[in-house]
Design a protein around this ligand. Structure first.
Ligand code: ADP
Length: 286
């Protein structure tokens, strides 16, 4: 199978590529990772079952779009597809190092530049993608409050109820979220979409990188909120971000609303205490 992928890499790059080294790479939440090299060029390949090819197509498209903004580094994607019973995505291999506060400040600065980048008048994306392995719906929508209320909270809440969670009626919660965001009319920003610390890294050369996105056009505050969900990024990150594009004063009130999406998703993916955490967050907004 890897040899067929090597052929594809040769086609896409126009340079013959024959694998001389390979090693498996751990740390992924969803997929199996492998590093492949011909001794000169190296690539990172992620695999899943063939049925998951759309997930990799969306990751490919998201990385490509983010890469083309020339704002913050993401692994450059090469190709994706199906070989035998597996789907795969190939991207450039990056050697990671340890970031200091300068790198974190630069990451904040560059993320703000990504968020400033203009390319859509609407919220949503060209296709649906996944957040973890949960489907993420991205129909083009003019209004941010409608988009977030229906396609983020409403969608996850329906799944959470199917999983046995006990929450107020979906319509009531969706209406409340819509109301809370009614006056929020942000510029659509290209978001990473799943920006927890496991998806933020630094190359050995000290360049910030963000990985494994769940891209869509949305409110930039949703990306920043997620960085704060599991303990927060270093303070330098927020200093770098605010220096480039200061967050609105109302962000602190909206943060928990934006993170409700991820907490519901964690309940849908992992169950356990995320269900009651979501319940408390819903109580707070109702
Ligand atoms: P998953 O989709 O399964 O969550 P990730 O994209 O998060 O997988 O990748 C899993 C791990 O592989 C990351 O935590 C990181 O250590 C490593 N990794 C991801 N992308 C690259 C890359 N382009 N080059 C080198 N290592 C990578």
């Amino acid at each position: 199978m890897l040899n067929q992928i090597a052929e594809k890499i040769s086609d896409v790059t126009g340079q013959p590529f024959t694998i001389s080294n390979q090693k498996s790479v751990g740390g992924g939440c969803i997929n199996r990772g492998t590093a492949i090299s011909d001794g000169d060029r190296s690539y990172f390949v992620k695999f899943n079952s063939a049925s998951q090819v759309e997930m990799f197509e969306a990751e490919y498209l998201g990385l490509k779009q983010m890469h083309e903004t020339h704002t913050i580094r993401v692994p450059q994607p090469l190709c994706c597809g199906v070989v035998d019973s597996n789907s795969y995505i190939v991207m450039e291999w990056l050697e990671f190092g340890r970031g200091d506060s300068n790198v974190w400040a630069e990451m904040g600065h560059q993320l703000a530049q990504l968020h400033r980048y203009q390319g859509s008048e609407q919220f949503g994306w060209d296709r649906n993608n996944t957040i973890g392995s949960t489907p993420q719906m991205n129909p083009w929508t003019e209004n941010w409050s409608d988009f977030f209320a229906e396609h983020r909270i409403g969608y996850q809440l329906k799944l959470a109820k199917r999983r046995g969670g006990s929450y107020p009626s979906t319509e009531t919660v969706v209406e409340r979220v819509r109301e809370l965001l009614r006056d929020r009319t942000p510029q659509p920003s290209l978001l990473h979409g799943d920006l927890w610390s496991g998806n933020a890294a630094c190359t050995v050369d000290g360049e910030p990188v963000i990985l494994d996105p769940a891209t869509y056009w949305g409110d930039r505050e949703a990306d920043i909120a997620m960085t704060e969900l599991f303990g927060g990024f270093p303070a330098a990150f927020y200093r770098g971000y605010n220096k480039e594009w200061e967050l609105d004063g109302g962000y602190k009130q909206r943060k928990s609303l934006y993170n409700l999406y991820h907490v519901l998703n964690h309940f849908n993916l992992f169950g356990g205490g995320y269900g009651s955490q979501a319940s408390r967050m819903i109580d707070q907004i109702m």
